[in-house]
Design a protein around this ligand. Sequence first.
Ligand code: CP
Length: 305
Amino acid sequence: MRHLMSPLDLSVEETDKLLNLANDIEKNPEKYAHACAGKKLATCFYEPSTRTRLSFEAAMLNLGGSVLGFSSADSSSAAKGESVSDTIRVISSYADICAMRHPKEGAPLVASEKSTIPVINAGDGGHQHPTQTLTDLLTIHSLKGHLDNLTIGLCGDLKFGRTVHSLIHALIRYPNVKFVLISPEELRVPSYIREDVLAQNNVPFKEVVRLEDALPELDILYMTRVQKERFFNEEDYIRMKDFYILNKAKMELAPKDMLVLHPLPRVNEISTEVDDDPRAVYFKQVQYGVYVRMALILTLLGMEV
Ligand code: CP
């Protein structure tokens, strides 16, 4: 039995295989329509979500399976003090696979240690969000045709943005990938990512504050919102929240084939006037999230189609 806590739980070969499976699902959805008949997915979400929870549910329904779960800590017995370890032991009796989101870093890992079903980390605090990364990889691979030889700009809240942390971990395994880390001083990537992941692996990167300076050299611009829920005080959040706003004028500085991704939700960091630009692919990205979660469910359940 396998869990998914980090993108590194899948080797590059396994990741590529999963992305190929997701592409096949996109092309031949009917082939997979009953692949998980009789199987149940539990979504245990202790933190708000639109995309991750509903795309997991859509994925399992598309595979012919069923879903159950809770969408907030308040509507589960966590509100009465139940631990994630006890909860997953219970859920293991009800479902075949579980996607768990939790505000505390490491909570899905703790759950996986007591689980008798595969547990998928659907986002743990400011730490990791591996299924968003699989979504991002599938989007880039499908639209660019490759995951190597890319210059990727990561912009916004690089300190608390778990999607950025997971994406860096995953992409450094592909040849000739360079990063431009675009953030205010206060929201730079944590030092463990800068030193232990990027520098340690000799991955070229630079840190800049101005988005305008980075745009001309990018193949991918990955925008992120400032993570309000991780700030200790409202004042700092208000000061930071509109630091970056991608608009039509800034898009003029970018290459004609640059792609703009965003894990969403968007707040103000991308003006809606950018949405009609063919380079803005953040809503396509959402659809890729369903295909890749279908592929992941099939893979972790060991279902051959
Ligand atoms: N991208 C993402 O994780 O969105 P949700 O918080 O809506 O799940």
